[in-house]
Write a protein that binds this ligand. Structure first.
Ligand SMILES: *Cc1c(COP(=O)(O)O)cnc(C)c1O
Length: 353
């Protein structure tokens, strides 16, 4: 069975590095666990590293965290829909929101339970995923500020998820200014500014983070030590928290080009192959079902990943020093997409160290 080895010490140290880098800027870091299916062990490592709370996009993951980790602050990242408002106020102290009808449902649900629920209003600063347009923020802020069981915890934005738009001093300063206006308009208390995800750490690293950002929601930089938009390492972190080991099931010398009439592959794509003559090829026992859209970087020199079908990984090992044998294990470094799928697949043995 494919085995995913997870080094909790690396995750803790990475969390600490991110938390310490943000501390002088008065930015609190929330650890994002959605990539690991709300895994309590990973969450505890993040908490040991000093994150202020745990954030996840799925209520089931937040429930898992509540049961296993206990009373730590929890945030729902994905915008809820009205019917799940009762579960949201049960499982999360804060949620990200952009719709009035959902705020109304959250206010009702929180009121019925005699609880307060914090909301962060999301603003679309250009990435075109969630959020109200800046010109529509004040109206929503007035709703949030006047619905008693709701607490307007702040405003926020997300970057580099759909449109690929990166956070910059300009768009984050604009977000801070919007928060100041919200504070004026709602006559009130402090309005936090949740300034994005791991991508925003590029501004921390280059000392370009505008004053006034009070929170970041960080997953990938803690888990994989990587700033997603550039792929660059995050200073002080390590990239080796996850290692995938997969069994070899076939080793053969084969022509590299397919033979016969070529139509579409298992996923409806038309394959393009380089003809490199005969090559040593390995099949390994993992596939798209376990890897999703993710990619693997081989840890053995000379191994090249050629592709994958649902249950097979296809490798070229011609340039490897010692050709692997059937039954051997090969090791890989999974990227974010691969970790996301590997943590979800029932066919992967997850091993914590
Ligand atoms: C996934 C997500 C994050 C964390 O993103 P990373 O790139 O893993 O740091 C933060 N905020 C929101 C709203 C998200 O959906």
């Amino acid at each position: 069975m494919a085995r995913l080895a997870i080094d909790l010490n690396v995750i803790e140290a990475n969390a600490r590095a991110v938390v310490e880098a943000c501390r002088p800027l008065h930015i609190e870091v929330w650890g994002v666990t959605k990539c690991v299916l709300g895994c309590p062990r990973v969450a505890r490592a993040m908490l040991q590293g000093g994150v202020a709370g745990l954030a996840d996009s799925r209520l089931a993951n937040l429930d898992r965290l509540r049961r296993a980790v206990g009373e730590v602050p929890r945030m729902l990242l994905r915008l809820p829909y009205p019917a799940e408002a009762p579960r949201v106020v049960e499982l999360a102290g804060i949620s990200l929101n952009s719709e009035r009808v959902t705020l109304d449902a959250l206010a009702r649900a929180a009121g019925e339970r005699g609880r307060e629920h914090g909301v962060i209003l999301m603003v679309d600063m250009g990435d075109r995923r969630e959020g109200v347009l800046p010109e529509d923020l004040m109206e929503l802020a007035r709703v949030a500020a006047s619905a008693a069981p709701l607490r307007l915890a702040g405003i926020g934005a997300n970057f580099a998820c759909y449109g690929g738009v990166v956070p910059t001093p300009a768009n984050l300063e604009a977000l801070v200014e919007l928060a100041a206006r919200v504070r004026q308009e709602t006559g009130g208390g402090p309005v936090g500014v949740s300034g994005g995800n791991s991508t925003s750490l590029r501004l921390v690293a280059t000392a370009a983070m505008p004053a006034g950002i009070s929170q970041l929601r960080v997953g990938e930089a803690i888990l994989l030590g990587r700033e997603p938009s550039s792929g660059e390492p995050v200073p002080g972190t390590r990239p080796d928290a996850f290692r995938l080991e997969v069994e070899v099931i076939e080793v053969k010398r084969k022509p590299s080009a397919p033979c016969g009439e070529v139509a579409r592959d298992a996923f409806g794509r038309r394959p393009v192959h380089r003809d490199q003559g005969d090559r040593m090829r390995v099949l390994a026992a993992v596939g798209v079902q376990d890897l999703g859209m993710g990619a693997l970087r081989p840890l053995t020199g000379g191994v090249e990943v050629l592709g994958a079908s649902s249950d097979h990984l296809i490798l070229d090992v011609t340039d490897v020093d010692v050709i692997p044998a059937v039954g051997d294990r090969l090791s890989f470094r999974p990227d974010y997409g691969a970790v996301l799928a590997l943590m979800t697949s029932p066919h992967v043995d997850r091993h914590y160290g």
